[in-house]
Design a binder for this molecule. Sequence first.
Ligand code: SOE
Length: 358
Amino acid sequence: MSTLRAGIVGGGFMAEVHSRAIRSARGVPAALASSSPDRARAAAERLGIESAADDLDALLADPSIDVVHVCTPNRLHLDQALAVIAAGKHVICEKPLATSADDAQRLADAAREAGVVATVPFVYRFHPMAREARARMAAGDAGRLLTINGSYLQDWLLTETDDNWRVDDGLGGPSRAFADIGSHLVDLTEFITGDRITRLLAVTRTVFDRRASSAAITTEDLAAVVVETAAGAVGTLLVSQVAPGRKNALVLEVHGSAESLRFEQENPEQLWIGRRRGSELMLRNPEELGDEATRLSIIPSGHALGYQDAFNAFVADSYAAIRGELHEGLPVFDDGVRAARITDAVLASASSGTWAEI
Ligand code: SOE
């Protein structure tokens, strides 16, 4: 199985990102299925994919396909990923893995029973500086974790005329901003700190209850969340898709008893290390990075890495796992379940006005 042949289901922005990553991982984007044969043909042509399948069943019937990338609206993930697993193929499913933790758990169980590799693109883990922050926390350099200050802000849904399938519960699921981008933030928080969120108190707001699509909107535009962790740290997380000027501003700052660490996804070449005494450090020099950050620094320092590079590294590690070579930090379906549990807790807390346990 030297060259993996990949199928893609879905034909939007994420399918395009996945198709680039497949090529970068030396896989072949062999077939694409979408919501109709016509849409599949148009997307396959646009993305330069070998063939268009009439539907997912036709794609799964092709014995030459080793792995399927699920890049469709969230509500479709459960049935589609189950079908991929039942066909005995490996699966990479977009986040949120499912629209409830129970459904996400069904997927994780099915993948485990079938013995297939099943991963979720929590791609910010693949920035070398995020790995470096994790390594420093694990080595104890930062000391005891005290506080967490995280945010993930975007503005692409700022006005009433902005619209997308994600705002519609019927396609995107009951949570929007938190499931879509808060899931990345909590995954990265737990990945970097090595700690787990145990309970939370959330407030959510739907700024527009109608957009261009006619149905009433119930999904949240923003969420503010207070968290507590197993190790006794406390933190605040702000997630919004209506923050003017913020495009993809994921920022995570953690404060230990010895050092603080700050990672900014829009400035991913730097890791800020703050100290009370001695000089603060802006880490850039690859000579100072640990093994995992060095492994992911695929081009020499000064040549900036970005979102697509992190995505490529994620697909490369998923494909390595399919070949039997497991790298540290690969986000698998169990991680998708974890993010879905935290998302369920955010919705439960926001509706009850009380703390939710995870
Ligand atoms: C839109 O909010 C989006 O494309 C998310 O769906 C992705 O997961 C995130 O990486 C970038 O923003």
